[in-house]
Ligand binder design. Structure first.
Ligand SMILES: *Cc1c(COP(=O)(O)O)cnc(C)c1O
Length: 403
C-alpha cells in the first residue's frame, strides 16, 4: 500500500486525488477494503503496532484504508490537521460534544439547531450532569451572557435549519476563547465548498456527509475535523472505544461523491440563486430567505463568512399550510423529501415534519411559519425547476390567493 503523491493544492484537484492510497495493483479508482482485521507478518510486528511504534492498521473500528482515504481527503479540503469519519452526521456531532465534556461542565448552543442536535444538547448531555444553555445564536450579547467559568464548548449550525439564519462564526469563536471554551460548528448547510469555520476561528467542524458530500442520496456518513491536538485529546479514544465507525463501503461512496462535490455545489448554488430570485418576484410568495440575496437580513455577514449563498432556499407562501401543501403537492420535478444536498431537488414543510415536535410558540420563536417551505436545490436544469414552480403555483392558485 502506497500513499500517492499529487494531492494538489486547490480544492477541485484535492477532491479527485486527495488522500488516495494505492495497493500493489495500482488501481485507478480507490479500492474498497471490506476487512475487519489485518494480518501481521510476525508477533513482533503485532506488538509494535499495538504499542504505536510501527504504522499500520489494527482493527476496522480503529481504522481502515478506505476510511483513511476519505478522512485524508476531507482534511485536505477543510484545511484541517486531522479528521475522523463516523457512521452518520449525528455520530460525529455526538462524539464532538460528548468527547469534550464530563459531569459538572456546561455547554452553550444556538437555539436554531437540527432536531437531533437539539436532543443531544437539551436531553442527552444534562442526563450526564452537563448543564446546557440555549441562546439566540445571532445575538453576540446572548452568547456573552450565557458563558460560565465551567463552559467547555459552544455549538452552532450556520446557516440554520430551516430558515437560513446566520451565526457569526468569528464572533462566537472569540467569545468562546475568551472564556476558555471551544467552538464546534455544524457546517452541513454551507458544505465544505462555501464556508471554512476553522479559518474563522472554530476549533472543530462536523459534517453529516450524508448530505452534499455523498450528494446522491445513498449512504449515511459523518466526519469530525480539527487540529491533531483536539482530535487526540477529545475524539480519538472516544470513537475507538464507543465504535460509531464508518463502513468502508460507505467511505468509498463518500470518496466517489467528493470527486464531483465542487461541480455539484456550484450548480446547486446557481439553481438556488435563480429560484430565490424567481420566488422573490412571485406574487404568492410573502418572504424569501436566501443568504446570497441582498435582502437577506444578514447579507453582509453572508458575504463575509460564506463564499456563496448555498444550495438551500427558505420561502413562505401566502395562505399558510393549505397553500404550502397544495403548491408542494403540485410540483412534479421537485420531490417532497426532508433530506438535503442531493443531486435531486427536494422540498419540505418544516412545521409539519422536521420541526413538528416543537410547540407552536417555539416554532414562532424560530420564525417557522405554517406557510414556510424549505427547498434543497439539485443539479437539474434551472429552466425545468422554474417551470415546475410556476405550474405548481398556478395549480394551487385558489388557495394561495386566500391570504
Ligand atoms: C442531516 C443533518 C445532521 C445529521 O446527520 P445524519 O447523517 O442524518 O446523522 C446534522 N446536522 C445537520 C445540519 C443536518 O442537516
Amino acid at each position: 500500500m502506497t500513499t500517492a503523491h499529487g494531492n494538489g493544492s486547490h480544492p477541485a484537484t484535492q477532491l479527485v486525488h486527495g488522500g488516495t492510497l494505492r495497493s500493489q495493483f495500482g488501481e485507478m479508482s480507490e479500492a474498497i477494503f471490506l476487512t475487519q482485521s489485518y494480518a501481521y507478518d510476525t508477533m513482533e510486528s503485532a506488538e509494535a503496532r499495538f504499542k504505536g511504534e510501527a504504522p499500520g492498521f489494527i482493527y476496522a473500528r480503529y481504522g481502515n484504508p478506505t476510511v483513511a482515504m476519505f478522512e485524508k481527503r476531507m482534511a485536505l479540503l477543510e484545511g484541517a490537521e486531522a479528521a475522523r469519519a463516523t457512521a452518520s452526521g449525528m455520530a460525529a456531532i455526538t462524539a464532538a460534544l460528548m468527547g469534550q465534556v464530563r459531569a459538572g461542565d456546561h455547554v452553550v448552543a444556538a437555539r436554531a439547531l437540527f432536531g437531533s442536535c437539539l436532543y443531544v444538547v437539551e436531553d442527552l448531555l444534562p442526563r450526564f450532569g452537563v448543564a446546557t444553555t440555549l441562546v439566540d445564536g445571532e445575538n453576540p450579547n446572548a452568547w456573552r451572557a450565557a458563558m460560565r467559568p465551567n463552559t467547555k464548548t459552544c455549538f452552532i449550525e450556520t446557516p440554520t435549519n430551516p430558515n437560513l439564519g446566520l451565526v457569526d462564526i468569528a464572533a462566537v469563536a472569540t467569545i468562546a476563547h475568551e472564556h476558555g471554551a471551544t467552538l464546534v460548528v455544524d457546517n452541513v448547510f454551507a458544505s465544505p465548498m462555501l464556508q471554512h469555520p476553522l479559518q474563522l476561528g472554530a476549533d472543530c467542524v462536523v459534517y453529516s456527509t450524508t448530505k452534499h458530500v455523498d450528494g446522491q442520496g445513498r449512504c449515511l456518513g459523518g466526519v469530525i475535523l480539527a487540529s491533531e491536538a483536539f482530535i487526540n485529546t477529545h475524539i480519538h479514544n472516544y470513537l475507538r472505544q464507543t465504535g460509531p465507525a464508518l463502513s468502508p463501503f460507505n467511505a468509498w461512496v463518500m470518496l466517489k461523491g467528493m470527486e464531483t462535490l465542487a461541480l455539484r455545489v456550484d450548480r446547486q448554488s446557481a439553481n438556488a440563486a435563480a429560484l430565490a430570485d424567481m420566488l422573490a418576484e412571485h406574487p404568492c410568495v410573502t418572504k424569501v430567505l436566501y443568504p446570497g440575496r441582498a435582502d437577506h437580513p444578514q447579507a453582509e455577514l453572508a458575504r463575509r463568512q460564506m463564499k456563496g449563498g448555498g444550495t438551500l432556499v427558505a420561502f413562505e407562501v401566502a395562505g399558510g399550510k393549505p397553500a404550502a401543501f397544495a403548491m408542494a403537492n403540485a410540483l412534479e420535478v421537485v420531490k417532497i423529501s426532508n433530506n438535503l444536498g442531493d443531486a435531486k431537488s427536494m422540498i419540505t414543510h418544516p412545521a409539519t415534519t422536521t420541526h413538528q415536535r416543537l410547540t407552536p410558540q417555539a416554532r414562532a420563536t424560530l420564525g417557522i411559519s405554517d406557510g414556510m417551505l424549505r427547498l434543497s436545490c439539485g443539479i437539474e436544469d434551472e429552466r425545468d425547476l422554474i417551470h415546475d414552480f410556476l405550474q405548481a403555483f398556478e395549480r394551487a392558485a385558489h388557495l394561495l390567493a386566500a391570504e
